[in-house]
Ligand binder design. Structure first.
Ligand SMILES: [Zn+2]
Length: 326
């Protein structure tokens, strides 16, 4: 064994620990902000087009709309929603209870819905929300094939706030359902708790205003209060972003933290693989905790830090080289 290590040393090559153990590099959670909140809207209700989307757009906020194919009317309007920067997710073909599905039904509810949505929205939808928050092993297996993240059952209260130092169940991420009886202090509490825990939480809306607009409608003034309160927290470090964007950032962060490295001379090279499917274009915010002059490269190109010393690391590149470690 000593001979092998000696041989590696002779060539200046050594295998070292993974990214998270180097203590030199650190991924900043939540896109470099303190905490994250995602707003999700279920069931493709017309009120989402008429109230939720315009009110989000007005405030430059972006949310996620989980649409079941069978409830999708006004398709042209929904296409505009995507073009305006909002996120669309798969909410199954016909919104059935998990226990009512046959083995074949489990497949078509995920697969056929995705095929319809992808072709009609001309995109690749890789997030899912389980109807009625009900999962089954069969449904989950199809979701794992076509999606990289799914919103599921909120589980016990401890899991409602996803912390960046734990690996969550990507196929059963929590959401907090809205109930008509809650007043603004409940929702302010959700946001404040996410910030105090430096965690991510997801709101789950259905109707807005009148009871005809959907399940457990939130009073319109309460809905607008939430949007304004979220907006007021952005300058102090809250990241309000679509469900899939936050999930992709966190999942990429967890993969980079586990990336293995090899040392060659004064360079340490980290490499990793992306899961499949996984969205392209995820950029991780990374800092160097070291007084030495260290430089970061991806595919031969040097990365330059922001004024705050933050590097933008492309997850798609699947490699990161740290130079100047010798
Ligand atoms: Zn639903």
């Amino acid at each position: 064994m000593a001979k092998v290590i000696g041989a590696f040393l002779a060539f200046g090559l050594l295998f070292t620990s993974c990214f998270a153990q180097t203590a030199v590099l650190k991924v900043l959670p939540w896109n470099g902000r303190r905490a994250a909140v995602s707003l999700t809207f279920d069931d493709a209700r017309p009120i989402h087009l008429d109230v939720a989307v315009p009110e989000l757009n007005k405030r430059h906020l972006r949310g996620t709309f989980f649409v079941p194919v069978s409830k999708l009317t006004r398709l042209d309007d929904w296409r505009k929603v995507l073009l305006q920067g909002q996120e669309i997710g798969n909410h199954s073909l016909s919104h059935e209870h998990a226990s009512a599905l046959t083995v074949e039904g489990e497949e078509t509810q995920v697969e056929d819905a995705k095929a319809f949505l992808d072709s009609n929205f001309n995109t690749n939808i890789t997030i899912f929300a389980y109807p009625y928050m009900e999962t089954s092993p069969g449904l989950v297996s199809w979701v794992k094939k076509y999606d990289f993240a799914a919103r599921g059952w909120p589980g016990n209260g401890d899991l409602l706030y996803v912390k960046p130092d734990v690996e969550p169940d990507w196929y059963n991420l929590p959401g907090q359902p809205i109930f008509t009886k809650y007043d603004v202090s409940v929702y302010k509490g959700w946001v404040d708790k996410a910030i105090s825990l430096a965690a991510w939480t997801t709101f789950q809306f259905h109707g807005i205003g009148d009871p005809s607009t959907g399940w457990e409608p939130i009073p319109t003034h309460t809905f607008l209060y939430i949007l304004d309160y979220l907006k007021s927290q952005e300058p102090s470090g809250l990241w309000v972003a679509p469900f899939g964007e936050v999930a992709a950032y966190l999942r990429a962060q967890k993969i980079l933290e586990k990336a293995q490295s090899e040392v060659i001379g004064d360079r340490e090279k980290f490499t990793w693989e992306a899961p499949s499917p996984f969205p392209r274009g995820v950029v991780l915010k990374v800092v160097i905790n070291d007084a030495r002059h260290l430089r970061l490269f991806q595919h031969g190109r040097e990365l330059h830090p922001s004024n705050h010393g933050v590097y933008s690391v492309s997850f798609d590149s699947r490699e990161l080289i740290l130079r100047g470690i010798a």
